[in-house]
Ligand binder design. Structure first.
Ligand SMILES: NC(=O)c1ccc[n+]([C@@H]2O[C@H](COP(=O)([O-])OP(=O)(O)OC[C@H]3O[C@@H](n4cnc5c(N)ncnc54)[C@H](O)[C@@H]3O)[C@@H](O)[C@H]2O)c1
Length: 265
């Protein structure tokens, strides 16, 4: 994999990957709907709205591996989820097929399984239980990835990213945190790993309190170095309430909730 595209490159994770992957590949093409600081050696800038198929195809042309981060990263009204995450992710995979892109690394989210009880540790074999429209869009993205892997032979890795932050800020993140350094390593591992067809990985650091089993991590040799436990003392007492305390998805489960927590099996 020599020619790498990052969508959503102007964002929080995209900027971190930009810095972390710089100089590692002959081409890093950085795409976003908004502008970015000027290109360094080995970088190309591309402006594309994910809802515009022709623009996405231009961004994807000549690329070996696309790291698809672009989109809405939290709960939002349906029209914006539809445009960026549903139509945008379809455009990305379809352009990958048309342009002969070999591999897509899709930024999924832990919110695909948000309504599983956090008292249970879960793996990649549990049913999807999204906690938001946003989570539904990520279930859909994982399904698109499976379709394009099976039907068109594209190599796909879906990363169920936990909480990407400089440092964890509340009790939930003692389990869900992924550090910038581990995020870069995870994406590098997924770009560089020898042939795979479809992988599902949780994007988390080596957290003592992790509640997600990650069997595909070894397939790409992902060995996270950071542990949220190092920050446990400074965030003591910042615990969640209501549904956020009961389920893997945390605060997202409380948003717009009209059901009783006890009615959720
Ligand atoms: N940050 C986290 O903790 C976290 C956790 C789970 C999943 N993720 C996923 O990782 C990805 C990156 O997250 P982030 O935190 O860097 O988000 P971010 O909002 O900082 O970056 C997303 C980028 O996507 C771009 N974008 C949005 N809509 C677009 C469109 N229609 N066309 C083109 N570009 C568009 C934005 O301009 C932005 O630069 C997202 O897909 C998010 O769902 C993030």
């Amino acid at each position: 994999m020599k020619r790498i595209l990052i969508t959503g490159a102007a964002g929080a994770i995209g900027s971190t990957l930009r810095a972390g992957l710089r100089g590692q590949y002959p081409l890093l093409r950085l795409s976003d709907a908004r502008g970015m600081e000027s290109a360094a050696t080995g970088e190309e800038l591309n402006t594309a709205d994910l809802g515009d198929y022709a623009a996405v195809k231009t961004a994807m042309s000549g690329i070996d591996c696309a790291v698809h981060l672009g989109g809405i990263p939290k709960e939002a009204p349906w029209p914006s989820i539809l445009e960026a995450n549903i139509i945008g992710t379809y455009n990305l995979f379809e352009a990958a097929r048309e342009c002969g892109v070999k591999r897509v690394i899709f930024a999924s989210s832990n919110h695909v399984v948000g309504f599983h009880r956090s008292s249970r540790s879960i793996g990649i074999d549990v049913e999807p239980r999204p906690d938001s429209r946003y989570g539904v869009s990520k279930v859909y993205g994982e399904a698109l990835g499976r379709l394009y892997a099976d039907k068109h032979g594209i190599s796909v890795a879906c990363l169920r990213i936990g909480s990407f932050r400089e440092r964890p800020v509340d009790a939930r993140q003692l389990a869900t945190w992924i550090s910038p350094r581990d995020m870069v390593q995870l994406v590098r591992c997924c770009i560089d790993a020898a042939d795979y067809r479809y992988l599902l990985l949780y994007g988390v650091s080596n957290n003592t309190r992790a509640r997600w089993k990650n069997p595909h991590a070894a397939r790409v040799a992902y060995a996270p170095q950071d542990n949220a436990e190092d920050y446990a003392a400074e965030i003591a007492g910042r615990t969640a309430t209501g549904a956020a305390a009961e389920f893997h998805g945390g605060d997202f489960c409380n948003l717009e909730l009209t059901n009783k927590i006890n009615n959720i099996e």
